[in-house]
Design a protein around this ligand. Structure first.
Ligand code: AMP
Ligand code: MG
Length: 396
């Protein structure tokens, strides 16, 4: 059995960044740049005022105070979006508003609050330094300057930045299409009539949601019974996707057909029993460029193995330079006693840094896949851990 870190690293290496595509800005939200982006224009595009006030020559305000105001004549106006303002008159000021172009000859803006207006003149009540309250052209970005690096995640701020540069689209990695194929004679869809021993194919919904959450495009195939031929045919169909996730049937029981079906579909299996709990049986194969993963059918195991093994791969396909979820150190709210041997990923709720493990950690307890804050990592060799022990946890 492989240690979980080793298995996860080997599986991650099988996922390559997807080819790039150009998408409209809003479709790029949450995705990662496939190429560096350089500024197209200077930002700001022209010298403009940061405040409402009066454009002046700074040296003409030297010594101005409330007690010793300097009186200037006001002529002209510059407003945001208005016509190009006239040049500043000699020994004078020009009315200006936030975002408006600086008139030629002016080098600073006295804010409105530091002036007293009397008809067409102002008293300047405080001196202003050169470039005071002026946003200089190119002070933020110069045309040609690197602006965003390849791999950068495009959040709202990044999209705003691209838009400010007149860019209507971004080059990102294509979303991976993930075939989701459930196996099991017992499976029925929501609302389908119950048969003896049947259960709802809840994993298809759960995993499709996990794929979406990871940034992929789920492609849910109809579930197949535990029979070699239909399973083989479905796997062949699924191989048109970028990734194939099979659910159930990877164990060692007589009705676990996935391994044989993969072989029949010509996919060479690299079968791993991973030393992890939940989720020991995980099948992994490569069909050319397409990673194929067989996850255990137990909902909890499927959920956890997807999080640990599939999600980082999808993130890498999307060009995320940090495909792993964030980790943090937590303290156990109560002591643990367990069988050593496998690394355990215990579902927990967090209150600050204190982790409350769900009392029922069995892989059949579907209730505990809801409202999980973190997976607390219990090292394989741990047997007893007292209350307050510090452990690493994966934040969900
Ligand atoms: P298996 O991995 O096929 O041995 O399945 C292990 C357990 O998970 C069994 O109790 C199955 O009924 C259940 N199971 C398998 N596939 C699914 C699925 N798609 N949705 C919900 N439960 C499943
Ligand atoms: Mg089964």
């Amino acid at each position: 059995m492989k240690p979980v870190d080793e298995a996860a690293a080997e599986i991650l290496a099988a996922f390559a960044p997807q080819p790039e595509e150009r998408v409209p800005l809003l479709s790029a939200l949450g995705r990662h740049l496939a190429r560096d982006v350089v500024a197209q224009h200077d930002a700001p595009p022209f010298d403009n005022s940061a405040m409402d006030g009066y454009a002046v020559r700074a040296h003409e305000t030297v010594g101005a105070t409330a007690q010793t105001p300097i009186n200037l004549r006001v002529e002209g106006e510059s407003r945001a979006g208005g016509p190009t303002p006239a040049a500043l008159i000699a020994a004078g000021a020009q009315r200006i508003f936030t975002g408006a172009a600086m008139p030629a000859g002016a080098d600073a803006v006295v804010i409105q609050e530091d002036t007293r207006r009397v008809q067409d003149r102002i008293d300047v009540l405080e001196a202003i330094e050169v470039e005071g309250n002026v946003r200089k052209r190119g002070s933020d970005l110069r045309a040609g300057q690197p602006m965003l690096q390849r791999g950068a995640r495009l959040g709202a701020g990044e999209l705003g930045l691209l838009a400010s540069q007149d860019l209507a689209s971004a080059i990102v990695h294509r979303r991976p299409r993930v075939a989701i194929l459930s196996t099991g004679d017992e499976l029925r869809d929501i609302g389908e009539p119950e048969r003896p021993g049947s259960i709802v194919n809840s994993n298809a919904y759960m995993l499709a949601a996990q794929v979406l959450e990871a940034g992929g495009e789920p492609w849910v195939l109809p579930p197949v019974p535990d029979k070699l031929e239909p399973a083989t045919a479905a796997i062949r169909a699924g191989l048109r996707a970028d990734v194939v996730v099979l659910i159930g049937g990877v164990s060692v029981g007589e009705y676990d057909v996935v391994r044989d079906a993969l072989a029949a579909a010509g996919v060479t299996l690299d079968f791993w029993k991973i030393r992890m709990k939940p989720g020991k049986p995980v099948a992994f194969a490569r069909a050319g460029e397409v990673p194929v993963l067989g996850l255990p059918g137990n909902p909890v195991s499927a959920w956890v193995t997807f999080e640990l093994i599939v999600r980082p791969g999808l993130r890498r396909m999307l060009g995320d330079p940090h495909p792993q979820r964030a980790r943090t150190t937590v303290r156990l709210a109560s002591a643990i006693k367990r069988q050593p041997g496998r690394t355990e990923f215990a579902r927990a709720r967090l209150d600050g840094a204190v982790a409350y493990l769900f009392p029922r950690q069995g892989s059949g307890t579907i209730l505990s896949t809801a409202q999980v804050d973190a997976l607390v990592i219990i090292p394989a060799e741990s047997e007893q851990l007292p209350e307050g022990s510090e452990l690493s946890a994966i934040l969900l």
